[in-house]
Ligand binder design. Structure first.
Ligand code: NAD
Length: 331
């Protein structure tokens, strides 16, 4: 059997990655859409054979509760809208998948987790890398002690974004690079160490203040301290192209480059290489198949809401640290 998925928000990621991936999935399929743009509804309906009864807009969204074709609602909206639509989907009794960053504040994340618990539905965050074999292999190698005790992590993720008035450049909609590519470098540091940071320092700047207004971060650099004594330096930017993870241990170094791309990940460590090639959108298909299988089996999600929350707690600490210039402890 397969689960029916409704995509909410038909922008770049839904259009270019998730809908194509849902043509490859075995455990779920594209059953419905939620969009505020009638022209998009028309295009998608034709392209993907979506029946009219499975097409919603933001006003009719809650009626999805009465639609047995829809098992999962996948929220692919700007981050400031994630909390509202995840909570509404949970209240409609649907399982929920939500794109990263989970939300703007830890409080919103907690509300989302609570709403899903209360309505007895699953909540998964769209961290696609957890579902791909290169990431799974480097995490296992590090846990198995291949490079010894982890001492230092350096992780960077950025690309040159030349848009000007997109939500990524609008604070109220969840803009700022730390929320966007920033969660990938936090994931890099947390997956590499297997620990949660206890304190951060951070610096933010923009080379284009006319686009990244009022101190919104085009680039963020942060330093994380972990309980074992390991440290991480992470960099993320909408101004420059960079993508790597370097992990230094007392017995050697592990390197992934690119680290968070849609494909092409390559790794090196003493005595070995990591390279599992695949075609885009394998990661997204694999993520949705894994999550659908877990739902059908009544198992916990590989990347539950709590995992999204952990990153947002750190993101909030990083903004606080950058603004104050102080070291910020994380409880
Ligand atoms: P996008 O701007 O291309 O699409 C956003 C969609 O939301 C658009 O269809 C837009 O019409 C709709 N929308 C509804 N109300 C809106 C409002 N008030 N303001 C702006 N847009 C509104 O963005 P995207 O790149 O598709 O990103 C959507 C989500 O997916 C974000 O959470 C983003 O971080 C995430 N994403 C994840 C990945 C990944 O690799 N996991 C990649 C890209 C984007």
């Amino acid at each position: 059997d397969r689960l029916g998925v409704a995509l909410v928000g038909l922008g770049y990621y839904s259009t270019d990655l998730l809908a194509p991936a849902l043509q490859q999935t075995k455990n779920c399929y594209l059953a419905g859409i939620v969009t505020g743009t009638p022209a998009k509804a028309e295009t998608w309906k034709k392209k993907y054979n979506i029946p009219d009864k499975n097409i919603y807009n933001y006003q009719t969204f809650d009626q999805i509760a009465n639609n047995p074709d829809i098992d999962v609602v996948y929220v692919v909206l700007p981050p400031s809208m994630h909390e509202e639509y995840v909570v509404r989907a949970a209240k409609a009794g649907k399982h929920v998948w939500c794109e990263k960053p989970m939300a703007i504040t830890a409080k919103e994340c907690q509300n989302m987790i609570d709403a899903c618990k209360k309505n007895k539905v699953s909540l998964a965050i769209g961290y696609r890398l957890h579902h791909e074999p290169n990431t799974q292999e480097y995490v296992k190698l590090l846990r198995d002690g291949k490079i010894g005790k982890i001492q230092m992590v350096s992780c960077s993720a950025g690309y040159r974004d030349n848009r000007t008035n997109h939500w990524k450049q609008t604070k109220e909609l969840g803009g700022g690079v730390m929320y966007d590519m920033g969660v990938y470098v936090l994931q890099g540091a947390r997956l590499a160490t297997g620990e949660e940071p206890i304190a951060v320092t951070a610096q933010q700047f923009t080379s284009r203040p006319e686009i990244y207004k009022n101190g919104l971060d085009e680039t963020t650099m942060a330093q994380l301290e972990f309980p074992s004594g390991a440290r991480a330096a992470v960099q993320t930017s909408f101004g420059m192209n960079m993508n790597y993870l370097y992990v230094t241990g007392d017995k050697g170094m592990l390197k992934m480059e690119p680290y968070s791309a849609y494909n092409g990940q390559t790794g090196e460590y003493p005595g070995g290489k990591i390279q599992h090639p695949y075609q885009v959108p394998f990661q997204q298909a694999s993520q949705m198949d894994d999550d659908a299988a877990s739902i059908m089996a009544g198992k916990p999600m590989l990347v539950p809401g709590e995992e999204g929350l952990r990153d947002i707690i750190i993101v909030e600490a990083i903004y606080k640290a950058a603004k104050s210039g102080q070291r910020v402890k994380i409880a």
